[in-house]
Ligand binder design. Structure first.
Ligand SMILES: *Cc1c(COP(=O)(O)O)cnc(C)c1O
Length: 380
């Protein structure tokens, strides 16, 4: 079976793990954690970075740090992985779900503007969602599958309405938006994931990026049990969301190959597009002004010409190719079905058509050719 996306661990991972064992630094203090934070900050163009135990944990603590409170609403695209919505829920807040822009996988700034204008009112410093009476405190753009959200208008909207911006940048390391790196898109905080299926993995882990030193210090404090000094003196309810040195050791070895891995992902994406356009198939398009990190190679099926995603997946599996349907939007998920939301025209037309294809960074040309041949047999 040609797998969907497996980690590429052929660099310094084993040696760095051995270093952890030999030095005894296996837990949440250690040189690899500091080094990974520096590597990630440089790669993302962010002045500061702090590591967490997962991307989800990073999103949660980032929302708490910017001041999201129980009862708040946080604006979120419905088309995302459930971790984004769960992080909001863990704050005691509720996602306010938005549709995608017509030409993108990401949140529509014009729609957000009109939803805010229609449903919100100002009360002093606060933005209130009239139908629920709740405060709207933050906006969470998602750089879906490595494609940056249209950040300039989203950040402008947030500033105009007094909202904080916490970006779910899980798979966006290596992406560019208007020639800027992911740490330079304008969010107050951006959160990467180093989960096993992402381009770069630390086994599990996350990284919070930001340019406000005080805010990052607050994130670090909150994610490390809010401890003051060497004694057991804690000044607020904190979290144990630290990354371990073992995780960071793997992460450092991965980020040493950042350029190579992103180039491999982009090459795979381009090769699929080149081979499939003649058959009228394509991967999800990348809008202008954006260079995606191409985390996932996502095929767009045509409901009028092709079998549905499950059928295609089963037929690919018979030919030794693993594929998978992609995200089911949050308004179709049991925990968030009742969350406030915009109309979902774009998202509802899009999500059933997406099928992810093998795209590991070490996918060989022969394997990719086998995937393409199988696709042509099934869909031609
Ligand atoms: C992978 C992913 C996450 C989750 O990160 P974890 O490190 O697994 O907690 C969150 N949001 C998006 C969009 C993702 O793709």
């Amino acid at each position: 079976m040609i797998p969907l996306a497996i980690p590429n661990l052929t660099g310094n991972e084993a040696q760095y793990l051995q270093d952890c064992i030999e030095s005894g630094f296996v837990s949440s203090v250690g040189p690899f954690v500091t080094r990974l934070e520096k590597l990630a900050a440089v790669a993302a163009g962010a002045p500061h970075a702090t590591a967490t135990s997962s991307g989800t944990a990073g999103l949660h603590v980032a929302l708490v740090a910017v001041g999201v409170k129980p009862g708040d609403l946080v604006i979120l695209p419905s088309y995302t992985f459930i971790a984004s919505a769960n992080a909001i829920h863990q704050c005691g807040a509720t996602p306010w779900l938005m549709d995608n822009a017509a030409d993108r996988l990401t949140m529509d700034p014009d729609l957000v503007a009109s939803e805010l204008a229609t449903h919100c009112t100002r009360k002093g410093e606060e933005l209130i969602h009239k139908p629920s009476g709740r405060r709207v405190s933050a906006l969470m753009p998602v750089h879906a599958i490595g494609q940056p959200a249209d950040m300039d208008p989203l950040v402008d909207l947030a500033r105009d309405h007094g909202l904080k911006v916490v970006a779910d940048a899980a798979a966006a390391l290596g992406s560019l938006y208007k020639d800027r790196f992911v740490g330079e898109f304008g969010a107050d905080l951006s959160v990467l994931s180093f989960n096993g299926n992402k381009t770069f993995t630390s086994g599990g882990g996350g990284m919070i990026l930001g340019d406000d030193a005080d805010l990052i210090a607050r994130v670090k404090h909150l994610s490390t049990t809010a401890r003051n000094g060497p004694g057991y003196d804690h000044d607020m309810p904190g979290f144990n969301y630290r990354m371990t040195n073992i995780q960071a050791a793997v992460g450092c070895a991965q980020l040493e190959r950042l350029g190579e891995f992103v180039a491999a992902k982009r090459h795979i994406q381009a090769a699929y597009n080149a081979a499939l356009t003649e058959t009228g198939l394509s991967l999800l398009p990348t809008p202008e002004g954006i260079e995606s990190a191409c985390w996932m190679a996502a095929l767009l099926l045509d409901p009028h010409r092709h079998p549905d995603g499950d059928t295609v997946r089963a037929q690919l599996a018979e030919r030794g190719v693993e594929s998978r349907p992609f995200w089911r939007p949050m308004h179709h998920q049991a925990p968030y079905a009742d969350a406030p939301r915009s109309p979902m025209t774009v998202c509802d037309a899009l999500w059933p058509r997406v099928l992810s294809l093998p795209c590991s960074t070490d996918l060989s040309e022969d394997s990719q050719q086998a995937v393409i041949t199988a696709l042509k047999e099934i869909l031609a």
